[in-house]
Structures are given as C-alpha cells and as structure tokens.
Design a protein around this ligand. Structure first.
Ligand SMILES: [Zn+2]
Length: 331
C-alpha cells in the first residue's frame, strides 16, 4: 500500500524523476521562415545624382583638314583622298575635297583630337550581400547623356568644333561590385567599393565598327545608418571606360575615352527577417512574440534605429522636447 511520504523525506529518489522538462513550459520562438531569412541577407540600393562625362579622342595616324566655314574632317595620313565626316559613333566617309585656304594638320607633327564635356543624370540599382566589413553584389544603371560639341584639343583657333549627329543618348551599364567598410563612426560608415562591368551605348553607335572594353568605377561612399534596415548614402566616384572605333580600309582605329565623375545620392534597404506584428492594437516597440511566433514591432518605423532590448521610438522624453526644454520644471 502506497503511503504519503512523511515530511522531511524526499519525494523522489533523484532529480530526473522529479523535474518536469522545460519544453512543456517554453516553446522555442519561431522567426520569419526560411524564405524571409534568405531575402533578408540582401541589401537593395537605389540612387540618382549627377554625372559629368568627358569624351576625348586623339586621331593618331590621321590628320584633320578644315575647309573655311565647314565642319572639320578627318583624313588618313597615308591617303589624303579618303576623308571622314564622322568618326565618333560610326564611320561616315566624305568626298568633299580640300579647298583653297583650308587648314591642314597631321598627327605626326602635332597631338590633335577632340574633347567634349557632357552632363548626365544616372539612375542606379544595386543588390548586394554583406558579411563582416565586406560586401559583394551587382547592379544596373541607366543614364541619359546630353552631348555637347567637341572642341579641338589643339589649334582651337584654326579648327572648328565638331557637332555629334545626336543631342543625347542612353547609356546602360551592368556590373559586379565588391567593396568594404573601411571606417565607422557611430552610425556613419565609410565604404570603398568598385563596380566593374559592361555597357551598352544604344542604337546611335555602330556596333559592328566598335570594340568595347569593360568599365571600372571606383567610389567612396559615406553611409548613414538610419536603422538596421535602412541607410542613406552619398557616393562620389570616378569611372574609366573607352571604346575603339575601327576605320575600315585603313587597319587603324580611334580610341574614344569617355571617363566620368559621378555624385550619387541614394538609400539602401534590407528586408527585415521578421514579419510585422499582426495585432493592430499591439504597441510593443521591439521584436516580440505572440504565442511561439516572433514579430517585428508595428510602431517602430523602418528608418529608425532600434535598441534590440527595448524600443527607442522616443529617446527624449516629452518633458525635454520643444518649448519644454527651456523650462526649469517641465511638469
Ligand atoms: Zn505584437
């Protein structure tokens, strides 16, 4: 017959018989699911700003002749009879002869060529992953380049400006990016990165005559962390790129450099790991659980920094804000 244990005697022989496992009381919190976890590794970036592109080419192996009151023309040094009226985006031959009073200069006696500055507005999208200080990813950018007249590099008083056949063109770029945070001060980050990739000049350019290189864009960005998900940034950068235009029947080509300076301003966003709390009346300011599911705060704006242990929506008490801050006894 079983008897109740007397006071002073142990109820069980050992601990494992006695203890009720904790799992009956606490269920491990569940986060946002694996798809959300994967997506939350990616940081999206979007930026715009302004750019200044300098087109520059030298006409080594060629000469320039300038008929009075006309556009400048190119001729092959070895063959004065073949002239060109376009050697920028495609090759156009001309039959117009050298007239009396024309100015003529050859590239073997002088450094000759043309340059042009143009203004552009880029729109750039990036996607990258960050681990430790490093980041790797890729992106796409599109910009409209407003062309202006080419000015001669030398003999500015003898050679006229050269006008491109179109006023603007759309430049598209696709690239890989690699970079890292080199310095951090509170919520500010200094990031150095490189974009390397290809570009598309659009239909104004004769693809069959053009041989493109890759472009390299080096930038230094100052990023401000608004929250763990949202950052604002300013990124000045310099870009090196060029293409070769083959001049048929000459076995020669002209290298067109179009390096550029950019100042991009934009934002990056990382998708939160946790779903937003479903409870309309819930005012929790930090990550929290309902049942065994973990949620992100409803009231915490995505652009605000949050201490993981308590909300920081109102870091300054109302009694220290606005006109109250001048009062000796706010309440
Ligand atoms: Zn909630």
């Amino acid at each position: 017959m079983a008897t109740l244990p007397e006071i002073g005697y142990a109820q069980y022989e050992n601990e494992s018989d006695a203890s009720v496992p904790l799992k009956y009381f606490y269920i491990k919190r569940q986060g946002g699911g694996w798809i959300r976890k994967v997506i939350s590794k990616f940081t999206f970036g979007l930026s715009t700003g302004f750019g200044s592109t300098t087109f520059r080419h030298e006409v080594d192996g060629f000469g320039i002749y300038q008929n009075p009151g006309a556009a400048p023309q190119l001729f092959e040094s070895a063959n004065v009879t073949s002239g060109y009226s376009n050697w920028f985006n495609k090759v156009t031959t001309t039959t117009s002869a050298i007239q009396p009073g024309a100015f003529r200069v050859n590239s073997d006696t002088a450094e000759i060529g043309f340059k042009s500055n143009s203004f552009n507005i880029p729109l750039k999208a990036t996607l990258h992953v960050e681990f430790d200080k490093y980041r790797i990813g890729g992106g796409y950018s599109i910009e409209s380049i407003m062309m202006s007249d080419f000015k001669p590099i030398s003999y500015g008083d003898r050679i006229n400006n050269y006008s491109p056949e179109f006023a603007s063109f759309v430049l598209q770029k696709y690239f890989g990016m690699i970079g890292g945070t080199v310095y951090r001060y509170n919520e500010y980050l200094l990031v150095v990165d490189a974009n390397i990739g290809g570009y598309n000049l659009g239909k104004n350019f004769d693809k069959s005559a053009i041989k493109k290189g890759v472009f390299l864009n080096l930038g230094v960005a100052v990023e401000r962390e608004m929250s763990e998900y949202f950052r604002l940034f300013v990124r000045p950068s310099y870009e090196i790129k060029s293409y070769k235009l083959n001049i048929p029947e000459t076995n020669q080509s002209i290298t067109h450099k179009f390096n550029a300076f950019y100042l991009n301003v934009g934002a990056t966003y990382r998708f939160p790991e946790l779903r937003r709390c479903f409870l309309k009346t819930c005012k929790a300011q930090m990550n929290h659980a309902h049942g065994n599911k973990e949620y992100r705060s409803r009231v915490h704006p995505i652009y605000k920094k949050q201490n993981p242990h308590y909300g920081e929506n109102h870091p300054n008490l109302i009694k220290y804000k606005g006109k109250n801050k001048y009062k000796l006894n706010p309440y």
